[in-house]
Write a protein that binds this ligand. Structure first.
Ligand SMILES: [Cu+2]
Length: 135
C-alpha cells in the first residue's frame, strides 16, 4: 500500500524541505445504498506517525482506467473525536477500482491518493500487483 501511494503521488510537486507529508489509511463500508460508502480516513504525519487533526479534508474519486469518464464531486470530510480520523460518504458511479483523492488544507497541505476496489459487499485495497480488473 505504501508503495502504491508513493508511486501515485510522485507526479505532484515535491513538498518544500521540512514540510509535513501526510499518509492516509482509508477504510470504507457500504452505507446501505448501492454505490454509497462510508469511509473513515485516518491521517498521520508520514514521518512521525502522529495523527493529523484540525485539518480541512475534502475527498474526491476517479477511475484511473476510465480517464475523464467520471465526475465524482469532492466532498468535505467530518472530523471525528478520534484524533486524526475523518469521515466522509462517497457516492460512486460504478463498482471497480477507484483512486480516492484526499486533499488536506490547513496546517498541513498535501494530497494523498488511495487505491481502493469498491464492490457491492466490501471494499478492499488495490495491491500494485493485482492489475486492473475494475471493468
Ligand atoms: Cu468507471
Amino acid at each position: 500500500m505504501l508503495v502504491a501511494v508513493a508511486a501515485l503521488t510522485a507526479g505532484y510537486p515535491q513538498a518544500a524541505h521540512g514540510q509535513v507529508r501526510a499518509k492516509a489509511a482509508v477504510t470504507c463500508v457500504s452505507a446501505g445504498q448501492v454505490l454509497e460508502y462510508d469511509c473513515t480516513i485516518r491521517l498521520a504525519n508520514a514521518r512521525s506517525g502522529e495523527p493529523l487533526s484540525g485539518l480541512t479534508v475534502s475527498v474526491g474519486a476517479d477511475m484511473p482506467s476510465m480517464p475523464g469518464m467520471h465526475n465524482v464531486r469532492a466532498v468535505k470530510a467530518t472530523e471525528q473525536a478520534e484524533k486524526g480520523a475523518y469521515k466522509v460518504r462517497l457516492e460512486l458511479e460504478m463498482h471497480g477500482d477507484w483512486a480516492v483523492q484526499i486533499d488536506l488544507r490547513g496546517a498541513v497541505r498535501d494530497r494523498v491518493i488511495s487505491m481502493l476496489r469498491f464492490e457491492e459487499a466490501d471494499v478492499t485495497d488495490v495491491k500494485p500487483s493485482s492489475g486492473r480488473r475494475g471493468h
